[in-house]
Ligand binder design. Sequence first.
Ligand SMILES: Nc1nc2c(c(=O)[nH]1)N[C@H]1C(S)=C(S)[C@@H](COP(=O)(O)O)O[C@H]1N2
Ligand SMILES: [Mo]
Length: 302
Amino acid sequence: MARRYTSDLTWDDVTPKALFLNRRQIMAGGGALAASGMMGRAAHAQDNDLQLNSWEEITTYNNYYEFGTRKNDPVENAHMLTTQPWSIEIDGMVENPGTYSLEDILSEVEIEERIYRLRCVEAWSMVVPWNGFELADLLTRVGVQDGARYVAFQTANRPEEMPGLRVPVLDWPYREGLRLDEAMHPLTIMATGIYGEPIPNQNGAPIRLVVPWKYGFKSIKSIVRITLTDEQPYASWNASQPREYGFYSNVNPNVDHPRWSQATERRVGGGLFARRIPTLMFNGYEEEVASLYEGMDLAEYF
Ligand SMILES: Nc1nc2c(c(=O)[nH]1)N[C@H]1C(S)=C(S)[C@@H](COP(=O)(O)O)O[C@H]1N2
Ligand SMILES: [Mo]
């Protein structure tokens, strides 16, 4: 079903797609790169390598509470979500507000591959080869007004298609937000695929946010509305447990969750070889994003 590219990926394929990955980490990544003959340093593979998780792992171990809170609920239930047609309402402080069809949005962007670590606040992680485009491209196209400082996102809210909405775990619909500079950062993408396949419903079809340096819950799924605003937007987890889930929620091994350590994580998969590995500052993207938070106390703005 899923196209695997482990044997046909070349260095030329990887380089443009992995612009933001540290070259040494890519070289230590194993898996796809090993098969492509680019794997020169297997013996030096780091704990936090970029060995891809399998399609199976990525699409059967999910958090998507609109379809239930167990890890396999989304794969059981998310097929109920109608993902076609799909449109996104873009409003607030934008030059060209409106309801944009997904086809319209996709016709204006270039889909590329981004291999990113995904670090859930629950302390498990994966490495996912997303297909998507930079959110900045979309925001630039609709035109951000002067004075806008934040971007708010909202997931579809369809009780008849989302059985989990009957359970008041969160104040539905699921909502998230980013500061405008975070939203415009080149690492921030809107994902429409995984492994070159359309993104499955359980992973947030037909379009979801991916912010790789933040805990996974910031990467909101099945987006129907994007609003530019001058105020910090409502964010579902932050609103439900403000002392446990901050608005920023940058991955940070030095700031523990009140109920568990964030210093290490369990890399999903590997069976017998499943292991705990150290969690990296900003999930390994410190070089790219630390400047966004210069002068901020990351324990206070967690
Ligand atoms: N709408 C919505 N988006 C969501 C969630 C959710 O429950 N609902 N779960 C979040 C959490 S906690 C994580 S870790 C990631 C998981 O993404 P994945 O299932 O593709 O691995 O999605 C995030 N986006
Ligand atoms: Mo998560």
